[in-house]
Design a protein around this ligand. Sequence first.
Ligand code: FES
Length: 317
Amino acid sequence: MEKIPTIVEAVADLTAEVRAVTLRAADGRELPRMEPGAHIDLFLAPGLTRQYSLTGMGASGDRYCIAVKREPQSRGGSAFVHDNLTPGDRIDISPPRNLFALHSDASPAVLLAGGIGVTPLYAMAKALQDRGTSFRKDYFIRSLDLAAFHEDLAKMGGQVRFHSGLDPEETRRTLEDAIATAADGTHFYICGPVPFMECAVSVVESAGVPADRVHVEYFNAAPVESGADAGFELHLAASGQTLRVEPGESILDVLDRAGITVDTSCEQGICGTCVTRVISGIPDHRDMYLTDAEKAANTQMCLCVSSVKEGPLVLDL
Ligand code: FES
């Protein structure tokens, strides 16, 4: 994977839980342009790679800005960012990737943000405002003092609405209202924690919004059963090895036991870091990263959560 060496230029607390980090290229060159909705990988430490949405390119237009919430259940990434990153630190990143791109025509947009899911939608709100596209943003947050970018978003006026301290039923009703009052042809962009995502997606689907106008970005996933339903043989074409995956074991577990290292990050099937080429066999795709078309093609799979439907499974490893 291509890596870009960067230097931490600044860190700043946006709220008690959210820290902004600004990165610049270590060699002083311009960083590749970002599109709203894009994210980068941060290679924080050996075995610790995390994805964060870009919130902008800074006032100078050649920086990458991210905002990271300290997660109480952190598996290392957000705690590392909050506790270790200081200005002057060197850190490798990936070029931006965008799996949550804004539509390019003039159709209106509704941005539905839950908590720290605001980060890609903040970049989108700025882009939509700059290009003069009609949009509305509904930002659901536990309390206003925890709302990252509150001041900037409030300056955008009535098209940004903050909903703080709602219970699940109130959240659902507010989402129903936001969706029912949207103009025909609106694109919906949804990002937030899993319960918020599930609620928002079900409300959008119940309202009959066509799937091609519903765009979602998961930053964590509901638990996925990654273990095999039945044992199978795993052939590794490049190394010529054959490994046995027993029922209940994940492919990643078996590779790890055999001393074969695969780059991983989320280990939840959402980031795509572990995607590997499938030479033959039909995977049982359990990830949320590959598109439906990519899953149907069966030429690649996410090793962290997916298993096999029809073996033998031959991987390009
Ligand atoms: S490690 Fe993220 S999809 Fe597998």
